[in-house]
Write a protein that binds this ligand. Structure first.
Ligand code: FES
Length: 384
């Protein structure tokens, strides 16, 4: 019979006459129909296609509504209320009286409760093998969920009777294929219980979330409740804090590592503030001693000339003593014992405009061993 059905029914199947189709071809056709929202091929359709026979509805015989035209199947808006017409006596198809196959019933009887991922894997397995997919009732039974309301008992034709069970069959006249094309696929109907189905291209890997979604099983993952939202916020806050700390550390890498040393030039007050002898009040801050004699004031830089230690002023002994190797200096910083090779250096001093003593430790005066002394140069002392 010529195919005057819409593309949504025939899908990508070759027109009549056709040769026997392989399992892989049929699996691809089922996947394509699932993606495009077309009704899935029923078991009878698949058997006919594998045998190279026209499908029941193609040959004009009684038709079995594909699984996609399950309980949510509704006539298209353009569909005339065929049920209100005088129904023709049509043969009932060979659709199973129970929506649950014997194999699935055996699994359910075994008492093992299936998970959604297990069902997804089973669906993918069936798709690969060209076997009919699990229908809603089978999935519900395997998940251990309460069974759907029972179908009304068979009786006199009651076309206006509302819900139609998934396994109920219809004739080609009462359910035109155009109406069937608008029916949501069985898998999509299953997904609709928990949200919009996810569309994927190709066959997803078994056991993955894509496989679960494409198989029509409810979406996996935690619920979007308040607790999970708080958890997500905590996780993202932790990630943001880590990345921020990492970025700061990375940015700090490009900054120079600078040591801020004290200024080398500074004021230390007026000469009248210092008495005769050694004053150690600037030792900690500027590493200097202020030494005043009856006729001059000079500043000794507190660094041992042996290896650079800072000597101590021993007022009781009236000398400087280096704690490192025992060098001794008199009250004017001239070495007289120990390994020190020469007197301690003296810093440049001068009068600032305001009359204070201005010291510059970057300019030192020395008395190298065996060479002339610089201690009497201008700037090495302040005359009083
Ligand atoms: Fe002062 Fe050696 S560093 S004596």
């Amino acid at each position: 019979m010529a195919d005057d059905s819409p593309k949504g029914v025939l899908g990508h199947l070759p027109p009549l006459p056709r040769r026997a189709l392989s399992n892989s071809f049929l699996a691809m056709e089922q996947a394509s129909r699932k993606r495009e929202g077309l009704p899935l091929l029923s078991d009878a359709d698949i058997e006919a296609l594998k045998a190279g026979r026209p499908m029941d509805w193609e040959s004009g015989d009684a038709v079995s509504v594909p699984a996609a035209t399950g309980s949510q199947a509704t006539p298209a808006p353009t569909d005339p209320p065929a049920a209100q017409e005088a129904p023709k006596p049509v043969p009932v198809t060979s659709a199973p009286s129970s929506p649950i196959s014997d194999e699935v019933a055996k699994w359910v009887a075994a008492g093992k409760k299936w998970s959604k991922s297990s069902i997804a894997a089973e669906q993918a397995h069936r798709s690969r093998k060209g076997l009919p997919a699990l229908n809603d009732a089978e999935i519900t039974a395997l998940l251990g969920e309460p069974a759907a309301p029972a179908a009304p008992p068979a009786g006199p034709p009651a076309p206006q009777a509302a819900p139609r069970p998934a396994a109920v069959t219809a004739t080609a006249a009462s359910v035109p294929r155009t109406a069937a094309a608008t029916v949501t696929a069985s898998a999509d109907a299953t997904v609709a219980r928990s949200g919009e189905p996810t569309k994927y291209v190709g066959t997803p890997a078994v056991g993955t979330s894509k496989a679960v979604a494409s198989a029509g099983v409810a979406a996996v993952g935690p619920e979007n409740n308040e607790v999970n939202q708080q958890r997500r916020r905590l996780v993202w806050s932790t990630v943001a804090a880590f990345l921020t700390a990492w970025f700061i550390a990375f940015f700090r890498f490009f900054l120079p590592r600078t040591l801020f040393e004290p200024a080398t030039s500074f004021k230390i007050g007026y000469p009248e503030e210092y008495g005769l002898g050694v004053d150690t009040k600037w030792q900690q801050k500027y590493r200097i001693w202020v030494d005043r004699t009856p006729d001059r004031l000079f500043v000794i830089y507190a660094r041992c000339t042996h290896l650079g230690c800072t000597p101590d002023w021993k007022s009781a002994d009236n000398k400087f003593k280096c704690p490192c190797h025992g060098s001794g200096y008199d009250s004017e910083g001239v070495n007289f014992e120990g390994p020190a090779p020469r007197p301690m250096d003296r810093a440049h001093v001068e009068r600032s405009p305001d009359g204070q003593i201005l010291v510059d430790v970057s300019r030192l005066y020395q008395w190298p061993k065996g060479q002339p002394s610089q201690f009497n140069d201008d700037g090495a002392f302040l005359p009083l």
